[in-house]
Write a protein that binds this ligand. Structure first.
Ligand code: ADP
Ligand code: MG
Length: 343
């Protein structure tokens, strides 16, 4: 059973960034208004995600680490709309905990304000700390902590040496973590999201701004100042499944030699898709150097039936039935934004 759990864990938790993704999604699902992500050594030694969300009672906490336990009822085809939470399988905490040491501190919000995953009573004077190691709850007890939840993952893959060996350098693992947190920070400008690595704050959004403000916090002034708004829908777009394209794209001279700066979303979900990437890059044409990519934050709205979400559910790679049309539509939206700016 233990071995089975650990093998399954390898699929959910491939590297520190996958754990970060699950924990940040849980914080967003818990209605957090701030999320602080702290990692050490690229996340291989420590990952801590602290939020001010709904929090959990002791009973909630015990249930949370149990396999296939979710407080969220949802439909597997989450990209098809209607589902408002990011998690739904109830396996993330359980599986992360089976390949690491997990310490969760949580305290329910005094005033649950609706849509709550937890029935809060307002009487929890303190919070609860639960320690889960190698797949077992090793201690539970009261602890003084603020409202919300803090999940600490240490020694990831300590009991799965093969998996640990697959980890890249700390710098590479951190680059993956950074990309994950960046994607959520850009998609949720109304949540204050910070990222700290080895004691250094990498970025912190204010949670009070719009997309432009989030871009400023994450990528800095130079990139933010070069951003060009994209906004196209309906008749603005060539024929195809995409109903609207919106976001920000950087001036062709503000670019980097990596794809990591393409943050793309379909129906609010962070995804990657060749058709979208090719459309964006195509719109810049020769203005981008070889192997250079712009900074892009691009939101597409697409009817669920036009998206194939099963290509790689964990990595959120999606494909479209009519990929060519999607590429043309994205290309056209970005190209007209650039043209509007004389580019
Ligand atoms: P899922 O997100 O698919 O439900 P998880 O294993 O990620 O499964 O989490 C299990 C449960 O633990 C969630 O359904 C939720 O009730 C609770 N939970 C996890 N993280 C948090 C958090 N940061 N704040 C409040 N509740 C949480
Ligand atoms: Mg989850």
């Amino acid at each position: 059973e233990d071995t089975v759990a650990r093998i399954a864990a390898g699929e959910v938790v491939e590297r520190p960034a996958s754990a970060v993704k699950e924990l940040v999604e849980n914080s967003l699902d818990a209605d957090a208004t701030r999320i602080d992500v702290t990692v050490e050594a690229g996340g291989t030694e420590l990952i801590r995600v602290a939020d001010d969300g709904l929090g959990m009672s002791e009973a909630d906490l015990r249930a949370a680490v149990r396999q296939h336990t979710t407080s969220k009822i949802a439909d597997l085809e989450d990209l098809e709309g209607g589902v408002t939470t990011l998690g739904f399988r109830g396996e993330a905490l359980h599986t992360i905990g089976s390949v690491s040491r997990l310490r969760i501190r949580s305290r329910p919000r005094a005033n649950g304000d609706g849509g709550s995953a937890t029935e809060t009573t307002g009487t929890d004077a303190t919070g609860t700390e639960l320690v889960y190691e190698g797949g077992e709850v090793t201690s539970v007890g009261p602890v003084g902590c603020p409202e919300g939840t803090s999940v600490e993952v240490t020694d990831l893959f300590y009991n799965t040496p093969a998996r640990r060996k697959f980890l890249k350098t700390k710098a590479t693992e951190f680059a993956h973590v950074n990309r994950v947190v960046t994607r959520y920070a850009l998609a949720n400008p109304d949540v204050a999201i910070s990222l700290t690595h080895d004691g250094r704050e990498v970025f912190a959004t204010t949670g009070q701004g719009d997309l432009q403000a989030a871009v400023l916090s994450v990528y800095g002034r130079e990139v933010a100042a070069s951003m060009i708004p994209v906004e196209a829908s309906g008749d603005d777009l060539p024929t195809g499944p995409v109903e609207s394209v919106s976001g920000l794209v950087s001036h062709p001279e503000t670019n980097r030699s990596t794809r990591e700066y393409l943050a793309t979303y379909v129906n609010g979900r962070a995804i990657t898709a060749d058709a979208i990437r090719d459309g964006i890059v195509g719109a810049y044409g020769t203005q981008l150097g070889t192997d250079r990519y712009p900074f892009v934050v691009c939101f597409l709205s697409v009817p669920g039936e036009a998206v194939d979400v099963n290509v790689h559910p964990r990595k959120r790679e999606v494909r479209f039935d009519d990929a060519d049309a999607v590429r043309r539509q994205v290309d056209s939206a970005v190209e007209s934004a650039l043209l509007d700016h004389g580019l």
